[in-house]
Design a protein. Structure first.
Length: 425
C-alpha cells in the first residue's frame, strides 16, 4: 500500500493506493504520481517530484486525465479531482509526500512554509512566531482536531461491544441504533460522531443541555444559513421575538414588548436589541453542553480520569466551582463545527489543565477547560490558577477581544442574546 499525503492551508487530504499484488500496487502508485512529476533525471530516466507544487490549471488538467484513466482501480481516486478542483483554490501551493512518516511538528512547519510563499517580511515574522507558539504547546500537550474532514466515528465500532461513555451501560440494557452526533447536528455537524453514546443518553442530552445551548444560536443559524438535517432553517420564535429569512435572504425580526417595557426611541432600538430565547435553563447548562461535546471525543485512556465529570454531566452530582469560559466572536464563520483538543502529556508540567478544548461554532470560538479531572491539581476556578492557564496558551491570549464568564448558576433563567446593528454607508 502506498500513502499519498497532500497538505495545504485550505485542506489536507490522504489517499491510500493498493493493488492485488505488490507489483500492481507499485504500478498504480506510479499512475497516481504521474501528474505531479516535475522533472526527469536525464541520466537515469527517473521521475522527480517536487515536495512543494502549485494547483495550476495545467496540473488540474493532468489530474483529470489520469483519474479518468484509472478510476476503475479504486473509486477513492475520484477524490483527487474534487480536491484540486473544489477544495484547493486556483494556484494555491500544496505539499506532496508519498510513504513518509510525518509528525505533527512536521505538518506545522510545512503549513508555515506554505504560508510564507509570497509573504512579506512582516508576515513571515508572524508565521515564525506562530510556529514557536505551537512548539511551546506541543511540549506539554498532544493536539487532536475534529471537524468536517473527520473520517471515522469516535469510539467502539462494534455495537455489541459498546459501553456508553456517559452512563456506562451496554446492550441489551440500552441500544445504539441512532447516529450520535458529538456536537448537535443543528449546529452544522455532519462528521463528528460518537459511536459509544447510547440512544437514551443521546435523547436525554438532546432534550436538555444541548437544546438549551442550541437556543442561543437561533439568530446566527438563520443569518449564516447553517444547515441541519431538515435543511436550512428559515424561522425561529423566541420568548420575545420571531425572526425569519425569506427566499431572497432578507431578514425580518418581530419584537414583542413585555408589559414592563416602555416604547424605545426608534434610533436607540435599532442600535441594539435584547432577544430572549424561548427556553429557560440554568446557565451552567451552557458549560455542560460544551463539556459534553469535549467528553464525546476523548480516547478510552483519557476518559478514565473524568469519572466525576461524567457524573456531573449526567446530573448525578452538582458542581459549582467551575472555571471560566473564554468566548470570542470570530470574523470567520464556519459552516461545520471544529474541535481542537489539547490533552496534557503524562510527563508534562502538572500545573496546567489536563484537558482543554477550543470549540468553533458558526461565528463563535469557545476555549473550555474540561473540569474535574483526577490529574488536575486544582479546579481552575480561582483567578490566579485560571490566569496561569490562560497565560500559557499564547495561541489565544495574543488575540484581543476574548470575553470571560463563569457559568456556575443552577437557577433556571431566560438568557438574553444581544444583537447590534450598524448602518452601511
Amino acid at each position: 500500500m502506498s500513502r499519498f499525503i497532500f497538505i495545504a492551508n485550505s485542506k489536507s487530504f490522504e489517499l491510500e493506493i493498493t493493488g492485488s499484488t505488490e507489483e500492481e500496487t507499485t504500478v498504480n502508485t506510479y499512475w497516481v504520481l504521474s501528474p505531479f512529476v516535475t522533472s526527469m533525471n536525464q541520466e537515469t530516466g527517473a521521475a522527480q517530484v517536487a515536495y512543494y507544487q502549485q494547483n495550476t490549471e495545467e496540473l488540474r488538467e493532468r489530474v483529470r486525465d489520469i483519474v479518468t484513466q484509472i478510476k476503475h482501480l479504486n473509486p477513492r481516486i475520484n477524490r483527487l479531482t474534487d480536491y484540486f478542483e473544489k477544495e484547493l483554490t486556483p494556484n494555491e501551493w500544496f505539499f506532496l509526500s508519498v510513504d513518509e512518516a510525518l509528525h505533527p511538528e512536521d505538518t506545522d512547519k510545512i503549513l508555515a512554509e506554505l504560508m510564507k510563499i509570497g509573504a512579506d517580511e512582516k508576515m513571515e515574522k508572524q508565521i515564525n512566531g506562530t510556529i514557536e507558539i505551537l512548539h511551546k504547546i506541543r511540549e506539554v500537550y498532544d493536539i487532536y482536531t475534529f471537524g468536517e474532514y473527520t473520517k471515522a466515528c469516535i469510539g467502539e465500532p462494534d455495537k455489541n461491544k459498546r459501553v456508553c461513555r456517559y452512563c456506562h451501560r451496554s446492550m441489551p440494557e440500552v441500544s445504539f441504533k441512532k447516529t450520535a452526533h458529538t456536537i448537535s447536528e443543528a449546529l452544522g455537524n455532519k462528521h463528528i460522531k460518537t459511536n459509544d453514546e447510547c440512544d437514551e443518553c443521546n435523547q436525554s442530552f438532546g432534550d436538555t443541555i444541548e437544546q438549551d445551548f442550541l437556543s442561543l444560536f437561533d439568530v446566527p443559524r438563520l443569518i449564516f444559513g447553517i444547515k441541519n438535517k431538515e435543511g436550512y432553517p428559515h424561522k425561529f420564535i423566541g420568548d420575545n421575538y420571531s425572526i425569519e429569512k425569506d427566499a431572497n435572504g432578507n431578514l425580518k425580526i418581530g419584537y414583542r414588548m413585555k408589559d414592563s417595557e416602555t416604547i424605545p426611541q426608534i434610533d436607540n432600538f435599532l442600535q441594539k436589541v435584547m432577544l430572549t430565547p424561548h427556553r429557560s435553563f440554568p446557565e451552567q447548562n451552557i458549560y455542560k453542553a460544551l463539556c459534553k461535546y469535549i467528553f464525546g471525543v476523548l480516547d478510552n485512556n483519557t476518559i478514565l480520569n473524568f469519572e466525576r465529570t461524567r457524573k456531573w454531566l449526567n446530573g448525578e452530582n452538582k458542581e459549582v466551582a467551575l472555571p471560566q469560559i473564554a468566548r470570542f466572536y470570530h470574523p470567520e464563520v464556519v459552516a461545520h463545527p471544529h474541535i481542537t483538543l489539547y490533552v496534557r502529556k503524562k510527563d508534562a508540567r502538572r500545573d496546567l489543565p489536563h484537558v482543554v478544548a477550543e470549540i468553533r461554532i458558526i461565528n463563535l470560538a469557545f476555549v473550555v477547560i474540561l473540569p474535574l479531572s483526577e490529574q488536575d491539581i486544582c479546579t481552575y476556578n480561582e483567578v490566579q490558577d485560571y490566569q496561569r492557564f490562560w497565560d500559557f496558551f499564547d495561541v489565544y491570549n495574543k488575540v484581543a477581544g476574548w470575553q470571560f464568564s463563569y457559568c456556575n448558576g443552577l437557577e433556571s433563567k431566560h438568557p438574553t442574546v444581544l444583537i447590534k446593528f450598524t448602518e452601511n454607508k
